[in-house]
Write a protein that binds this ligand. Structure first.
Ligand SMILES: [Zn+2]
Length: 158
């Protein structure tokens, strides 16, 4: 390994933890089980070198997804980011776009099994918006009870 290629934060942390690095230090394959599908996976020495020295990831960063789940997670994250960006730009329109919100909600519901984060605030918000009838096609009031089921629907006063 070539620790001179690490991020500054990684270098500091490594020394702080009582290690000193030398040219003879090597990365070792790290075996782990995927937190999502439980299949065995390896964070290889070559992958670590690329991750810490080229991508400048933090040296204590470990993998917890297998390559297949990781690839899916990357796609989901990208989709989530794209939705977030569109939402920031066109919230007023998208608030009435049930298919956009439904798609995004699916992404947010899938993410926790990959990254163990809840993503809950946006999920709650989207669910609320999706439950709301759009443009008064449905009544906001609770469903009519048995006794007034035959009454004509009252005019929407919104
Ligand atoms: Zn997996």
């Amino acid at each position: 390994m070539d620790a001179t290629q690490w991020s500054e934060e990684s270098k500091r942390s490594y020394l702080y933890c009582g290690h000193s690095y030398s040219q003879s230090d090597r990365y070792c394959d790290i075996h782990y089980s995927c937190i999502r599908c439980a299949s065995p996976a390896v964070f290889t020495a070559a992958d670590q070198k690329r991750s810490f020295e080229v991508k400048k990831n933090y040296i204590w960063q470990r993998r917890d997804l297998c390559p297949a789940c990781h690839a899916q997670w990357v796609q989901l994250k990208a989709k989530d980011r794209a939705c977030q960006a569109r939402w920031t730009a066109e919230r007023l329109t998208l608030k009435h776009d049930a298919s956009f919100m439904g798609d995004w909600l699916q992404v947010l519901e899938a993410l926790p099994s990959y990254d163990r984060r809840k993503h809950s605030s946006m999920k709650t918000h989207l669910r609320k918006l999706l439950e709301q009838p759009s443009q008064g096609t449905k009544l906001l009031a609770p469903a009519p009870t048995q006794t007034d089921a035959h009454h004509p629907p009252s005019p929407v006063s919104r």
